[in-house]
Design a protein. Sequence first.
Length: 565
Amino acid sequence: MTESRLAAQNYIEALSDQGIEYLFINPGTDFPPIVEAYARAQTKNVRVPTPILAPHENAAVCMAHGYTMVTGRAQSVMLHVNVGTANGICGLINASRERIPMLFTAGRTPFTEDGPEGTRSGRIHWAQEMYDQAGMLREVVKWDYELKRGDHVDDVVERAMEVSQSTPTGPVYLSLPREALGETVADVRPSRPRRARAAPANPSFEDIATLCEWITAARNPLILVGSAGRSVATTDALAALAQDHALPVVSAYSSYFVLPHSHPMFQGSMPSPLLQQADLIITIETDVPWIPSREKPDPDARVVQIGEDPVYRSYPMRSFRSDLLIAADPAKTLLHLNDALKKAGSAAQANTSERRSIYSRRSNQMRERWKTEAAASGEKRGIDQTWLNHCLADLLERDSIVVSEYAFRPEYCPLERPGSFFGSSSAGGLGWGLPAALGAKLASPDQLVVALLGDGAYMFANPIACHWISAAQKLPILTVVYNNLRYGAVRKATLDMYGRGAAAGNDGRLFADFGSLPAFHEVITAHGGYGEAVERPHDLPAALARAKAMVLSGRQALVNVICTD
């Protein structure tokens, strides 16, 4: 008897046609057609995305995020109807703010009560139906849709990926009713050419000419970089521009690698005091270039914002000054700008020699100061952020990847390679770092991946689910937990607002202190990993070295660093 073809088979094959390599899943009762489709694909050796089972939705979404941030290639996630969607939204918000292209999908409770294949077959199918399942997340996706017919699968997947990968990129949402996936379709899936994708925009000639003129006239220009490092091409173009024209660069709340630590124009991660001194400020993919309640540029300084979406249309309120907006691909913009400055000749070089001397000297002085501060931190009674980052620097190799959700300080942990650092999203949805590091390891199996987490971030990550994935998928990573037994962000925010209030009497610890926490280093051992705790500064280097050796041998490891601040 000839086996009829399911729409679900077309669906998973369409994912593969779109370049999707992995389908990160947390399954439920809506998945039977997907399960059947995969079982049939295995018997027929059909190319489909590799399924990655995740025991929690947040882990599935953040693994997809981690894989894409390293490779640039969009992946897909499938969760369970409304409840699975709800559990995945925190990770989706992070992906949205970081412009991670992703096909975020979920089943839909069967809409029929009797009749077709896939109709309701359990009590839960009534309770889980919603009037508007996509309404939960519509604000943080670029597009949402529900599959209406099984023979419409190819067109729907093509449209989803077309929107997700258009500039600026981001996640899209597709709900998949069980009846539609279970429909019988034509036995032969027709071949179809993949539609072209639009190239990122070029800057206008007029904007480049204006900016070139302003840089030439400026005595104290400053570049503030946010998320530009998501593109290695942008990082390389920035390094060349800063070097060729002596333009100082500050990492402004960046969640990506900005410049090599040794670059003479790298001026650290604190905008002040250069911000107040600047007469020209160029921001590149920077949603928050400065905090207006704390610091502001000179009112006479010119401000230029460069990015694919420099006004950040998805942010309800954002009022940073702008004298010139360049809505274009940052890498192309910087390359064109560098060419224009070189063609300007002596006019553009008038202030360059002086700036090169000033900022190279300042960069050297800062690096010496950071070394001194790191050495002094090792003499303290307890471990602080400075010492932890200093010890991490000795641990990392040139091709290592750091995924940070708390305490990374580039001043004390120098990195030289674009693509070596990924920080948490500006959205701040906790629980991202550990599963994102697993996604990074999936993308870079031969590289050392270090997840640097706060204690709260570790607990929010559903560590049991993540350690299970690490073991099941053979993705050994090194997890370092900065454990100060508190929500540091809560305490800091309280003291910022009420430094002289009643809450300050308890040093802002109300609602922030955990008091005590589980032995995190023992959680990982339940999954066959290696864990240890460390409290004294001089014990930390050896503890990290032991954990690294375990990871290099193929075993996941965790160091629970008991800290003082």
